[in-house]
Design a protein around this ligand. Structure first.
Ligand SMILES: Nc1ncnc2c1ncn2[C@@H]1O[C@H](COP(=O)(O)OP(=O)(O)OP(=O)(O)O)[C@@H](O)[C@H]1O
Length: 306
């Protein structure tokens, strides 16, 4: 099998940002490729801040950034990025009196789609793409949370952007809505680049070809979900009773305990999951021992499974 090298869509180096005395990001470097990348981290890790920087909504205090080959530090670079970027912020700023169509149309006007006929066609296309064809004329105040989230995603899709930046796109959705949303996002990741933030390791397993773990404003891991899981290999085991001193020890559905941490010599080891790898990374020592941060090489296209 020949494996072509993937091209990077975003390259960030040394991004640093403070809000007054709070260091939100410190020396953050990562590379984004085609496909879906999950930005995973606990509350306050700096995910929203990083997404806002990539979406050119916030300039970093320090560091360099290339997005779709443009430099957002210059006005021309920012314009070039914004024309090819779709951004779903945590709070999309809905006017509740707008209909779904009117809101997305308003975003399309901001995105410089000046021809009314073509614009309306595009608005219908993106609302169809997120399964809201039948809800175009409904007021946003009358839509469920899941439907509102889909309206926000439709707005991000206007103009068929090459890069989608989605801030916790499935937050607040029920399990069925979350699954439907995942379907849409996975499809969007074919042929373009999607960067989404999440707290959920299951989201990463279900959707992402790559994952960047952010904690305390620094990158703790960059690689594939399988590599993140492998980080916990040899440190997950099963036992008949709770293990005191383990990083985590809980009774699983089969009645036995699943333990993460440093196993005893005779431990019955289990295959680790992304969640185990994440747990060890976030609760483990903040050191360079993992060798997984700031990976130098990108994936090959053949490895992404697409
Ligand atoms: N406008 C602001 N002013 C001051 N501090 C801020 C501001 N926005 C964020 N912060 C702080 O910066 C840090 C990173 O916040 P950020 O919202 O980027 O994290 P996050 O990973 O997106 O969190 P969450 O998952 O809770 O949304 C946190 O300590 C937060 O309290």
């Amino acid at each position: 099998m020949t494996v072509a090298a993937a091209t990077s869509v975003v390259q960030a180096s040394g991004l640093t940002l403070r809000y007054g005395r709070t260091a939100a990001l410190t020396d953050v470097s990562f590379t984004l490729y085609d496909g879906v990348t999950g930005l995973l981290g606990p509350n306050g890790a700096g995910k929203t801040t990083l997404l806002r920087i990539v979406a050119t909504a916030l300039p970093p205090d320090r560091g360099t950034l290339s997005v779709l080959g443009a430099d957002p530090r210059t006005p021309a670079g920012r314009l070039a990025v914004r024309r090819r970027l779709g951004y779903l912020p945590q709070d999309p700023g809905f006017h509740p009196g707008f209909t779904a169509f009117e809101f997305v149309d308003y975003v399309a006007i901001l995105k410089e789609l000046t021809d009314r006929r073509a614009r309306h066609q595009e608005v219908r296309r993106v609302l169809d793409a997120v399964g809201l064809a039948g809800q175009r004329g409904r007021r946003i105040r009358a839509l469920s949370g899941g439907m509102r989230q889909r309206v926000a995603l439709a707005a991000a899709l206007v103009g068929d952007p090459d890069l989608l930046v989605l801030d916790e796109p499935t937050v607040g959705l029920d399990p069925e809505q979350r699954l439907r949303f995942r379907e849409v996002i996975a499809e969007l990741g074919e042929g373009r680049s999607v960067l989404l933030s999440t707290h959920q390791t299951e989201e990463v397993m279900a959707l992402c070809q790559r994952v960047v773990v952010l904690d305390g404003g620094t990158v703790r891991f960059e690689g594939t979900p399988a590599e993140l899981a492998a980080h916990a290999r040899g440190r997950v085991w099963t036992s008949g009773a709770r293990v005191r001193g383990a990083l985590a020890s809980w009774r699983a559905g089969d009645g036995r305990y699943r333990n993460v941490g440093d196993p005893p010599a005779d431990a019955e080891l289990l295959e680790p999951t992304v969640e185990d790898g994440y747990l060890l990374l976030i609760d483990g020592p903040a050191d360079e021992e993992t060798g997984l941060v700031h990976e130098e090489t990108g994936p090959a296209l053949g490895e992404t499974g697409r």
